[in-house]
Write a protein that binds this ligand. Structure first.
Ligand code: SF4
Ligand code: F3S
Length: 101
């Protein structure tokens, strides 16, 4: 099992999640983060940290978000580890509001 970052992270990238991950399994590009399923130990600590509820247990993903399982696995391997809090992307607060948070 693993946890999965989904589309709400895109254009937000708040990175509160990385600060609590005990195994540094978040990887990032300029838009968002992805979880390496081979590193995630399923602790669930990151889920309540995300202000836009972007992170799901893979077994609880809504049907329209299931593609994110493979996307996280594929993307994470080639991208740098992000393990310390960074500034959110410009416009993240506006996007958060638009998403209803
Ligand atoms: Fe890291 Fe735990 Fe979240 Fe997996 S579930 S990404 S190990 S904080
Ligand atoms: Fe993205 Fe939420 Fe983490 S916006 S970077 S999954 S705190």
């Amino acid at each position: 099992m693993t946890f999965v970052v989904t589309d709400n992270c895109k254009s937000c990238r708040f990175t509160d999640c990385v600060a609590v991950c005990p195994v540094d399994c978040f990887h990032g590009d300029a838009e968002m983060l992805y979880i390496d399923p081979n590193e995630c130990i399923d602790c669930g600590a990151c889920v309540p940290e995300c202000p836009v509820e972007a992170i799901f247990d893979e077994t609880q993903l809504p049907d329209d978000k299931k593609d994110w399982i493979k996307l996280n696995a594929d993307k994470a391997v080639g991208l740098p580890v992000i393990n310390s809090k960074q500034d959110a992307l410009p416009g993240a607060e506006e996007r958060k509001e638009k998403l209803g948070f």
